[in-house]
Design a protein around this ligand. Structure first.
Ligand code: HEC
Ligand code: HEC
Ligand code: HEC
Ligand code: HEC
Ligand code: HEC
Ligand code: HEC
Ligand code: HEC
Length: 429
């Protein structure tokens, strides 16, 4: 801070002494520019600034224990049997391509491998090194070759409990060398150190400096100093040198989630420069096109869609954290999510669902399927039991709105009289 304020002042004084008013203006401009540069070249976090969640767990045991079950923690993991969900037992360990290529998942002495056979002859074998995906929809896998990372051709699909061709991969030829970029890791991990030149492809990483999963320090900022301070000052009951999201503004909280849930962002600085509490637009050219509720991708622009919803536009407090508890795995708990809706839409407020009286009290258990329906993803595909090819995965739309078609589907599944809803649906074409 000191350096930031003295630099421009010195420049200003020097400018006043040596030149006329025109030069002065230019000088002030340059001084302002300098301040901006000092700020924008703020050192990105280094590996040494992080403590790792094993350290956080020593003092925040309860949070750490529940965080281990979240999709965030599981989003990237080392490829150990505890994390790879697919089978290595014949006959379930095989995926066959039309071309005659067969990929088998095999356990060998040095780890787990995807082995490519052509007419029974082994052609290629690559080790599973990193698991990507908690398995909510599926998992894909990374193999490393020295400092380079490549996505493997066969992925695991949870709904069908099967191996199949990785999403958007060609089926001929079968490729084992699709490179993994730092942007991919920026959304699926907490830290990775890129060591290759800026535009080198494939990129190279220092594998000793990788922090798996969307971990504590992605949301609370690098915490080595906090962990050290609290350990040295055990009597201190207040946390220092760490970010509590409750102390951030609404936009700062949203920006943190939008880093990975904000659709197509184009980075303007190196990956992993942004940290919690900062302004996303200082690091990325944001996606400002109005989101299309029918296109929920890359992979899911929850931020863009939420931002277009009336709940968001007409309240001053709604953020992702209103509905999502950061350290819990609440997947599938529709009733819990519906209670969050009712924190604003309840008897005390005037905007109550117009179907409440038709449906009765059971409406309280599920606001979600009618107002946040599942929509097909274009980039996440899923292999469903009985299908030979993956189909689009269904993702929860965050455009909270009125969907007559979903209402019809929902009510058709109920035993209630249906004349009432027809009236409602017709009013909202
Ligand atoms: C040596 C013990 C210790 C370690 C290790 C530790 N913390 Fe803390 N932390 C504390 C104490 C004590 C507090 C203050 C009491 C509280 O809020 O629980 C605190 C507070 C916090 C807070 C709330 C801050 C606030 O302003 O209220 C967050 C967030 C936090 N820690 C995150 C972390 C993370 C992330 C890590 C790992 C990088 C970590 N802590 C490691 C002891 C520790
Ligand atoms: C560093 C990137 C990153 C940040 C920051 C991030 N997320 Fe995520 N989030 C992910 C990824 C990746 C997944 C998918 C993980 C998986 O299933 O493998 C995910 C999954 C989720 C899920 C689905 C959980 C489930 O059970 O399927 C929710 C909800 C979520 N994030 C909310 C948030 C919220 C709220 C914030 C901000 C406080 C946030 N995320 C910040 C990357 C991130
Ligand atoms: C902009 C951030 C972002 C980027 C870049 C990104 N992902 Fe994701 N990924 C997510 C989020 C968020 C989810 C959770 C689903 C959702 O939001 O719809 C997810 C879900 C997934 C899943 C499904 C996980 C599960 O448990 O079902 C896989 C597999 C995956 N991503 C792989 C990749 C790979 C491989 C790359 C790089 C080629 C990549 N992703 C790039 C954010 C990202
Ligand atoms: C996806 C982002 C995210 C991740 C990952 C995350 N947190 Fe948090 N954390 C939050 C948010 C948001 C809050 C504030 C809201 C709340 O307390 O629920 C919070 C609050 C806290 C607090 C303060 C609780 C209180 O009662 O004041 C502590 C301590 C904390 N987190 C520690 C951790 C630790 C330790 C980990 C890893 C094991 C972790 N967090 C992982 C987002 C995250
Ligand atoms: C932070 C408060 C808040 C929360 C939480 C909230 N809403 Fe809203 N919602 C609003 C406000 C404000 C409006 C606009 C004014 C009104 O209708 O009261 C609105 C409007 C709506 C509308 C009308 C939309 C339209 O396009 O006409 C629906 C439907 C709705 N909310 C459903 C939900 C559901 C379902 C949830 C839970 C998943 C939810 N809301 C959570 C505040 C909230
Ligand atoms: C009004 C409540 C509400 C708000 C606000 C909200 N979500 Fe959600 N979110 C939900 C519900 C409900 C689900 C579905 C949960 C389930 O199926 O178990 C969900 C699911 C998700 C998923 C998993 C998507 C999937 O289908 O796999 C992600 C990722 C996610 N939310 C991220 C976010 C982010 C990021 C924000 C902020 C931009 C946010 N959510 C704001 C209610 C909300
Ligand atoms: C069976 C599907 C269904 C369920 C379940 C449902 N809604 Fe609705 N909701 C609708 C439809 C359809 C409308 C539009 C009705 C109309 O305008 O006549 C609506 C309207 C609304 C509105 C706008 C009211 C207004 O005056 O503009 C809000 C807010 C709302 N719902 C909230 C909720 C909440 C909160 C829940 C859970 C407690 C919920 N809904 C459950 C279908 C549903």
């Amino acid at each position: 801070m000191q350096a930031l304020t003295t630099y421009p002042r010195t420049a200003l004084v020097a400018g006043m002494m040596t030149a006329g008013i025109f030069a002065l203006t230019r000088c002030v401009d340059r001084a302002r520019e300098n301040v901006q540069q000092v700020r924008s070249v703020k050192k990105p976090p280094a590996y040494a600034d992080f403590a790792g969640s094993a350290t956080c767990a020593r003092c925040h045991q309860k949070i750490a224990a529940s965080h281990e079950h979240t999709a965030h923690f599981l989003s990237t993991r080392p490829a150990t049997p505890a994390y790879i969900l697919g089978s290595f037992q014949a006959p379930d360990n095989t995926f066959s391509y039309d071309s005659g290529m067969v990929v088998r998942m095999e356990k060998r002495d040095s780890g787990y491998y995807q082995v490519g056979y052509f007419h029974g002859e082994e052609k290629i074998a690559k080790r599973f090194d990193i698991v990507v995906g908690s398995g909510a929809k599926g998992q894909t896998y990374i193999t490393r070759s020295n400092n380079r990372l490549y996505q493997l051709p066969v992925s695991y699909f949870t709904a069908a409990h099967k191996w199949a061709n990785s999403p958007l991969f060609p089926t001929y030829p079968v490729v084992f060398n699709r490179s993994i970029t730092s942007r991919c890791l920026e959304c699926h991990s907490t830290f990775a150190a890129r060591i290759s030149a800026p535009r080198a492809d494939p990129e190279e990483f220092d594998m000793q400096q990788m922090i798996y999963g969307v971990d504590c320090e992605k949301c609370h900022g690098p915490g080595a100093r906090h962990a050290q301070f609290q350990a040295m000052n055990p009597g201190e009951t207040r946390g220092k040198y760490i970010i509590h999201p409750d102390s951030l503004s609404r936009q700062q909280n949203l920006d943190l989630c939008a880093l990975c849930h904000g659709g197509r962002l184009h980075k303007t600085t190196a990956s992993f420069s942004f940290t919690a509490g900062e302004k996303l637009s200082d690091y990325f050219a944001l996606d400002t096109t109005a989101p299309n509720p029918e296109n929920i991708d890359v992979h899911g622009n929850q931020y863009g869609l939420l931002r277009a919803s009336r709940c968001f536009l007409e309240s001053t407090t709604l953020t992702c954290n209103t509905c999502h508890s950061p350290h819990e795995n609440d997947r599938g708990n529709t009733e819990l999510y519906s209670r969050k809706c009712q924190s604003c839409h309840s008897g005390q407020h005037d905007k109550l669902c117009k179907l409440a009286s038709d449906i009765g009290p059971s409406i309280n258990r599920n606001c979600i399927d009618c107002h946040m329906p599942l929509k097909a993803s274009r980039s996440i595909t899923e292999l469903v039991a009985g299908n030979s090819r993956p189909t689009a995965a269904l993702i929860r739309s965050h455009f909270i709105s009125i969907y007559p078609e979903e209402t019809r589907k929902f009510l058709d599944g109920m035993t209630q009289p249906k004349h009432e809803y027809k009236r409602h649906v017709q009013r909202n074409p």
